[in-house]
Write a protein that binds this ligand. Structure first.
Ligand code: KIV
Length: 287
């Protein structure tokens, strides 16, 4: 069989993630929801791109991830995939797309892979998702688990708080992580988990942990791109380190352009088009 469209040799697939864990090499993951940001993130050398259901907060302004639909995440995935050459593209299964039954879950995950180009899917939950993870993995679908703060449970949890703060809750988290590994997940997101618990989980699992608000021991760090570049609104959680303020940059550019238009400074002659010399303007006016 001829492989007509070979990947870049450095393209990140599961073996690269496993090898990094074995070597103790840290990897990075960022969210993207469209072609330009995916392309920038990929070209910057990020190892994994997550088409997160945080698209609900960041792009659609829903306020939480509950309303995000399969079609919304699919459309974002298609664009992200077009902008990505090296990074692994992981896609969140939105709330409601893996809750009805295993067959429907597989069907939805397959749509993300076949129509969107997802290379792995992520779903929230621990031991309660173990059978589902196993089923997906049995169908050749690479799966990332997600425990700790699971934003799709926001109504049940009553807010976005650090999870696993009691000995009992911490033990549950550790057991959840082990069950996800056992079920075949190749990685597990630990969101808003005390760093000591994240360290235990990272040390006890053979698969990689992906931390967000879970301290420095995790194998992989993930952030929402828009938080990192300051292209967002409201107070940021303490784990966010903002490396740029794009909101300020964008506002400044828009204000300057508005000023230039109003003062007659934009567009200049060079920024517009003239008639070819052979066309006589006088004749046009007479017509
Ligand atoms: O949707 C998302 O962006 C996520 C990350 C916070 C891990 O799930």
């Amino acid at each position: 069989m001829a492989y007509l469209k070979p990947d870049k040799p450095e393209k990140v697939y599961l073996p690269a993630i496993r090898a990094a864990k074995e070597k103790g090499e840290s990897l990075v993951c960022l969210t993207a929801y469209d072609y330009p940001t995916a392309r920038i993130v990929d070209e910057a050398g990020v190892d994994m791109i997550l088409v997160g259901d945080s698209i609900g907060n960041v792009i659609h302004g829903y306020g939480n991830t509950i309303p995000v639909s399969l079609e919304e995440i699919l459309s974002a995935t298609i664009a992200v995939k077009r902008g990505t050459e090296r990074a692994m593209v992981i896609v969140d299964m939105p709330y409601g797309t893996y809750h009805i039954n295993p067959d429907e879950t597989v069907r939805n995950a397959l749509r993300l892979m076949k129509e969107g180009g997802a290379e792995a899917v992520k779903l929230e939950g621990g031991r309660n998702r173990a059978d589902l993870v196993k089923r997906l993995v049995d169908e050749e679908i690479p799966v990332v688990g997600h425990i700790g703060l699971t934003p799709q449970s926001v109504y049940k949890l009553g807010g976005y708080r650090v999870q696993g703060k009691t000995a009992e809750a911490a033990e549950r988290l550790i057991e959840d992580a082990k069950q996800l590994e056992e079920a075949g997940a190749f990685s597990v997101v630990l969101e808003l988990v005390p760093r000591e618990i994240a360290e235990i989980i990272t040390n006890e699992l053979k698969i990689s942990t992906i931390g967000i608000g879970a301290g420095a021991s995790c194998d992989i760090q993930v952030l929402v791109l828009h938080d990192l570049i300051g292209f967002t609104f409201g107070r940021q959680p303490r784990f966010v380190r903002q490396y740029a303020n794009l909101r300020e940059v964008i506002t400044g550019a828009i204000q300057k352009w508005t000023e230039d238009v109003k003062s007659g400074n934009y567009p200049s002659k060079e920024e517009s088009y003239g008639l070819p010399k052979e066309v006589e303007i006088g004749k046009i006016k007479e017509a």
